[in-house]
Design a protein around this ligand. Structure first.
Ligand code: SF4
Ligand code: SF4
Length: 471
């Protein structure tokens, strides 16, 4: 590549061993070669259920609503039978913590398995590459097409590719937005050209993001944008599973014909297939690199070469640094046990908290702008606004009672039937015939009849300042 930096005199390069490097290199387009094999089958069989799950899940119903719906306007997140209210947002934080520690545990043991097999960037890029393969042909055809001037053949192939990319990206964007707004209504509104402005904007945004990330940026996302790619190496040690080239067996590399003995050469025939299939364009024979996403394309490619050469497979393989050095891999070690314990503790605490949390909540607020009123019979009244949230999955009846003080009474019996997942606002009046002067703490209890659970909240009752002595 031509340098854009300052020119360095040739004698300096020779003397200092210094070679100028571009800080802003142009991206070399990667033309990956298709490869089959054991690990690609594994990716196929693990990827499709995840992909189907992503696209079908918003269509699954739970009762009369979507099973997974992050209803932002109503500020309720529904995950099957679990409804997360704004007060329960810490549960989402907890889920994220469990996911993070689960990922740490897995990464410590099996390296970048997430990146190589299940990360959406990897899965979507693989689909886009497959589309590229069927519209523009194999690697050598794509390279030739790239270099060729525009022609009818190039135009129609490129058009087909981008149309399919955009179609898939649109489905991805629509589905993603369908997790936040009921997907049946959303799809219908699109079909009738009546989709709302915000929904249209977000679908457009996620369509473009998918198209650009999986179609154009590809490995650049893993190399420069993904934070996990940068810090996951901190979880690696010599016992972590990595994709590695067995240099002791492969070197010195050199080309040869099949069935010819080359005593001075190792098993690597320097065919470059492992480089041509690599989606990040690296040569794994140069050792472990942060660009390696652990996709195992190179393992499958090299194993096929080894088979053709009648050599044993595994010149490139999943292994550990300890194993490569001739030692035994230690699978159970301090950090894996530590991460697993934290992960299990978080999961246990989460399950306990989900089952132990109240199935309803209530708030009590004094009516704004009022202190107290004097009724016709001479008693003093205070008004309050009550908000009762039925967080359960069943309609429930709620009753109110006053815990203390005993000289304050409810003005009537309060009972409310609140549908599942709904909020009811009630106006509550408390009466006192002979109130204490000033402010008195008051405790109000709301009970859910079905499971007899009760919550008590505190507020205050205000009485006239000059009536205290009279009581
Ligand atoms: S595919 Fe195997 S044999 Fe071919 S260059 Fe790579 S490591 Fe060597
Ligand atoms: S070096 Fe091998 S495992 Fe790593 S990204 Fe390239 S093909 Fe995938």
């Amino acid at each position: 590549m031509k340098s854009q930096g300052p020119e360095v005199p040739e004698e300096v390069v020779k003397l200092e061993g210094f070679a100028p490097q571009d800080l802003y290199q142009r991206r070399e387009k990667i033309f990956t070669r298709y490869v089959g094999g054991l690990y690609q089958k594994l990716r196929f069989y693990s990827g499709w259920p995840l992909l189907l799950g992503y696209f079908l899940m918003p269509w699954v119903m739970w009762g009369d609503r979507q099973a997974i719906l992050f209803d932002l306007p109503a500020r309720q997140f529904h995950i099957f039978g679990l409804t997360i209210w704004p007060q329960d947002l810490w549960l989402l934080g907890w889920i994220l913590m469990i996911a993070a520690f689960g990922l740490f545990t897995v990464t410590t043991i099996v390296g970048r398995i997430w990146c190589g097999y299940t990360c959406p960037q990897t899965v979507w890029t693989a689909i886009f590459m497959w589309v590229e393969q069927i519209t523009e042909g194999a690697r050598h055809q794509r390279i030739r097409l790239e270099k060729a001037p525009m022609s009818w053949n190039k135009f129609r192939r490129r058009t087909a590719k981008h149309t399919l990319w955009l179609g898939w990206a649109f489905l991805t964007g629509l589905t993603f937005v369908g997790y936040f707004t009921p997907i049946r209504e959303l799809t219908l509104s699109i079909a009738q050209f009546e989709v709302g402005g915000w929904a249209a904007l977000w679908i457009l945004f996620f369509t473009c993001a998918t198209y650009i990330n999986a179609g154009w940026l590809r490995e650049q996302v893993c190399l420069y944008m993904c934070p996990y790619a940068r810090f996951q190496s901190a979880m690696f040690d010599k016992d972590t599973l990595i994709v590695s080239y067995d240099a002791a067996r492969g070197e010195p590399r050199g080309s040869r014909k099949r069935n010819t003995e080359q005593a001075q050469l190792g098993d690597c025939i320097d065919c470059q297939l492992c480089v041509q299939v690599c989606p990040t364009g690296i040569d794994i024979r140069n050792g472990l690199q942060y660009e390696c996403i652990g996709c195992a394309h190179c393992i499958d490619a090299c194993n096929q070469v080894m088979e053709k050469m009648d050599y044993p497979p595994g010149l490139i393989r999943y292994t550990t640094e300890h194993e490569l050095a001739g030692n035994k891999t230690n699978w159970v070690r301090g950090r894996t046990v530590g991460y697993a314990i934290v992960c299990l503790a978080l999961i246990s605490a989460f399950i306990f908290m989900v089952f132990d949390r109240e199935t309803f909540a209530f708030d009590v607020l004094r009516e704004r702008g009022q202190l107290f009123q004097t009724q016709a019979d001479g008693s003093t009244s205070n008004d309050y606004q009550l908000k009762i949230m039925n967080k359960s999955q069943q309609d429930s009846t709620y009753t109110l009672e006053l815990v203390q003080p005993d000289w304050v009474k409810l003005d009537r019996d309060y009972e409310a039937l609140i549908p599942a997942g709904e909020i009811e606002n009630l106006t509550l009046r408390l009466l006192a015939e002979s109130p204490e002067p000033g402010s008195t703490p008051v405790e109000i209890r709301v009970c859910q009849e079905s499971n007899e659970s009760c919550i008590t909240e505190k507020t205050t009752f205000l009485g006239p300042m000059n009536t205290g002595d009279a009581r």
